[in-house]
Design a protein around this ligand. Structure first.
Ligand code: MLT
Length: 206
């Protein structure tokens, strides 16, 4: 495991120990950091390379990947700017660490920025696992997501990222050609064992 801060985002990187598995891009939720999702990454894709950046926006000291105006109300101009900035980070990190295009695994705010990267810079990601996602951009994307595998896991009792909002995102990604599996689990905003098992099974097929 190494920690390198020379790229645009503070991040952690874990090298692959099992060749052949796609790398994961781990994107934390509000108030998290680059360390948060590493244990989850190891659990759902043992042996895969893990790239885990910290969001560059601070909300009262809590790191995020883009600015919001209120809970659930996003500053879409910032979403776009930050999605491009994160996409450039991934492009540069792929060169430094010699990585294939990663599958994003994002939780909450991390899922939302992952969805925006998919819509704005689809070539950056090989697919995405979106955990408790919402719709980060109201305008449908013109990106060609043909064949990109995406799984969205919502919580039926989630008051922060309602499943209906994620369903809108699922429809937008599908309309752009992605192969989307949207599941609603008996859960709230927090992740459950069912999330972990579902992600692991889905990633095993990539
Ligand atoms: C967001 O992007 O604001 C999330 O969906 C909610 C959160 O991170 O708290």
């Amino acid at each position: 495991m190494t920690t390198v801060a020379e790229l645009s985002h503070v991040h952690r990187f874990a090298s692959a120990t099992e060749p052949g598995r796609p790398p994961l891009l781990l994107l934390h939720g509000t108030g998290g950091d680059e360390n948060d999702l590493l244990p989850l990454g190891h659990a759902i894709a043992p042996g895969a390379a893990l790239l885990s950046p910290r969001g560059k926006v601070l909300e009262g000291g809590a790191p995020r990947f883009f600015r919001r105006l209120a809970e659930g109300v996003f500053d879409e101009e910032d979403v776009r700017r930050r999605a491009h900035e994160l996409a450039d980070f991934v492009r540069d990190a792929r060169e430094v660490y010699r990585l294939d295009a990663p599958i994003a695994v994002g939780f909450s705010n991390g899922a939302n920025i992952a969805a925006a990267v998919l819509q704005l810079r689809p070539e950056i990601l090989a697919g995405a696992v979106l955990l408790r996602a919402m719709t980060p951009l109201k305008e449908a994307s013109h990106a060609d997501l043909a064949g990109k595998p995406v799984i969205i896991l919502s919580g039926a009792m989630d008051p922060i990222a309602p499943a209906e909002d994620a369903a809108r995102l699922a429809a937008m990604l599908k309309a752009a050609g992605a192969s989307v599996d949207h599941r609603v689990l008996p859960a709230g905003h927090g992740l459950t064992e069912a999330d972990v098992n579902t992600m692991r099974a889905w990633l095993d097929q990539r």
